[in-house]
Unconditional design. Structure first.
Length: 113
């Protein structure tokens, strides 16, 4: 079997055990990604904030990268992170900043290539 590239680390084990569930989840996520409102930048900043609240470092990095790819500045990304503090506290936001910076810089480095 050819090696497939997965977007998320959970996909390969899920696909191995429950391929139909994985396919359904992928279709559902694609439908969410196809929403036309809010605009794509706002969409990614919202998803970034949610991943901060979930304390999901990989998600923070990914959504910071995607937000930058669709035009978000570092100030917008950082502001979105800080907006989570009333709901989940300062620690989750502070822990997310280096992951967001890594995603933002990865997207910026890709632009420069």
């Amino acid at each position: 079997m050819d090696r497939q590239d997965w977007n998320f680390p959970f996909e390969e084990p899920l696909h191995e055990v429950f391929p139909a569930l994985h396919d359904a989840q992928s279709a559902w996520l694609s439908a969410i990604d196809s929403l036309t409102a809010p605009d794509r930048k706002t969409h990614e900043l919202i998803r970034l904030a949610v991943t901060v609240m979930l304390r999901n470092p990989a998600g923070v990095q990914r959504h910071a990268m995607l937000a930058h790819e669709v035009g978000a500045t570092w100030d917008e990304i950082l502001g979105s992170i800080m907006l989570t503090t009333p709901g989940c506290g300062l620690l989750a936001a502070v822990e997310a900043i280096p992951h967001a910076r890594a995603g933002y810089e990865a997207a910026r480095d890709t632009e420069d290539d």
